[in-house]
Design a protein around this ligand. Structure first.
Ligand code: MN
Ligand code: MN
Length: 464
């Protein structure tokens, strides 16, 4: 063999996904990405995301799971955990004792939550105080239009959905300093330039007529009361989230990318949900989809991936077949689907190019994530990576395997370790994203679609 033949036989060559994309796949990709943008636009909070996911699932014949219900192959069920976490299953012909195919993603995103007592007036301007949720870069959240989504739970038990600023509605904003007066601020680090207690939303300036004290605050509260029926004290039992006010849009002259708020991790959440909804064949193992909350603050709590709600759901499914849940989990597989950092030529010094996920190179597998020597990571075994490679190749899915940034440049985690800790073989696989955790994250359409294709292939195909 000559060098060229040897090269082809034994050297690994990465390829841009577009070099492999057929016209038929391309049009499916465009349709899929339009559906995803619509999903992103109606789901700006974890609650809205779950509500839309339930709607889509019911449209496809899923029904609420009730403990003890008889289940047979082909049945489609879902469990809505406190309106913030969703567990869905398509029952397969194989018994639960043969394990299940799980895909898990999170649908909570970094944002600015209102504090319990948020409303105040300062120099005849009204503000709402926030406490940021998840890892944000604070300077990115000033001088951008924001809207407020969430609920106010009243003492009588009613829960009022609130959306302020949707569509043509009025927007809220956190003002930034003008360059003319920012000499001192400019000397600070990016982390210090805008402080947590400066993330105050400007919400009003018109005073209540013929009143002396805190009259702008009074006028704002009057508006809220008249529109939504709640009082200042009701903020104490509210969950209101300030999120970016713009919709998901195509990015690039070629429209090859999608920019928007919440790719991390609704882009994977939608992929694994849609793949389950589209699943036709139930001759194999049962497929389970988990859309979890609270990943951005550690996956803890009743709706985070560590919750017993997941274990209980699995136990209930197993019990219906008289199978001990431990016998099911040890044979199960989980695709922990979360975004990863895409190589950014604009910030090349924090990446090691050879081992970075590239835009348009497909769904990004991570054997491990973690910080400082793979700390806090679920390191998938070589055997598991090999099985996943085989399934993705057999199904013509464009994929790549990468790390999140340079060694010791930082790092991160996903829900993978919480699944692996349950004795479930788990691998990370998700969409490479630019500007992750910013109000406007960017992903490629090809990678977005290939993550859906990967989930579809793994629900169907991965055995032991
Ligand atoms: Mn994530
Ligand atoms: Mn994140």
């Amino acid at each position: 063999m000559n060098a060229k033949e040897w090269r082809e036989k034994i050297l690994c060559r990465k390829k841009n996904g577009y070099d492999r994309l057929t016209d038929a796949e391309r049009s499916k990709m465009d349709d899929y990405c339009n559906d995803y943008k619509a999903f992103l636009n109606v789901g700006k909070t974890e609650r809205e995301c779950i509500r839309e996911s339930v709607r889509l699932a019911e449209e496809r014949g899923f029904r609420p799971y009730v403990r003890g219900m008889a289940l047979k192959a082909g049945d489609k069920v879902y469990l809505n955990n406190r309106r913030k976490m969703l567990l869905l299953a398509v029952i397969g012909e194989k018994r639960m004792s043969e394990g299940v195919q799980i895909a898990a993603a999170h649908i909570d995103c970094p944002r600015l939550d209102l504090k319990p007592s948020p409303l105040y007036e300062d120099n005849e301007l009204a503000y709402l105080k926030t406490h940021y949720y998840g890892g944000i870069r604070k300077y990115q959240w000033v001088a951008v239009p924001l809207e407020l989504h969430g609920v106010v739970a009243l003492r009588d038990g009613t829960v009022q959905d609130i959306v302020i600023g949707g569509g043509d509605g009025p927007k809220l904003v956190i003002s930034d300093l003008l360059p003319h007066l920012s000499q001192e601020q400019n000397k600070k680090t990016l982390a210090e330039g805008i402080k947590g207690e400066q993330l105050n939303l400007l919400v009003g300036s018109e005073p209540f007529p013929d009143e002396d004290e805190e009259r702008v605050k009074l006028a704002v509260m009057q508006q809220l009361y008249e529109k939504y029926g709640f009082t200042e004290e009701d903020f104490l039992s509210a969950e209101l989230e300030a999120v970016p006010a713009f919709p998901a849009v195509d990015v690039g002259l070629d429209r090859s990318m999608i920019g928007g708020y919440g790719h991390d991790d609704r882009i994977c959440g939608y992929a694994i949900l849609r793949a389950l909804l589209d699943l036709q064949d139930c001759t194999g193992r049962t497929a389970v989809c988990v859309l979890a909350d609270k990943e951005e603050i550690g996956s803890i709590g009743v709706t985070g991936m560590e919750t017993a709600a997941f274990d209980t759901f699995m136990e209930d499914l197993c019990e219906s077949q008289g199978v001990p849940v431990r016998a099911c989990l040890e044979k199960s597989f989980c695709m922990s689907s979360d975004v990863t950092a895409a190589y950014d030529p604009n910030f090349s010094d924090v990446y090691e190019k050879r081992n970075s996920a590239m835009l348009n190179y497909g769904v990004g597998l991570c054997k491990y994530t973690g910080v400082q020597g793979k700390g806090e990571s679920s390191d998938a075994s070589a055997e598991l990576v090999a099985r996943v490679r085989r399934v993705l190749d057999d199904n013509n899915v464009v994929w790549q395997l990468a790390e999140l940034g340079k060694v010791d440049a930082g790092g991160g985690g996903t829900v993978a370790m919480f699944m692996a800790n349950r004795n479930i073989d788990t691998i990370d696989a998700g969409v490479p994203v630019l500007a992750m955790h910013s109000p406007f994250e960017i992903a490629s359409k090809l990678d977005c679609y290939m993550t859906y294709r990967a989930a579809a292939a793994l629900y169907q195909d991965i055995g032991r």
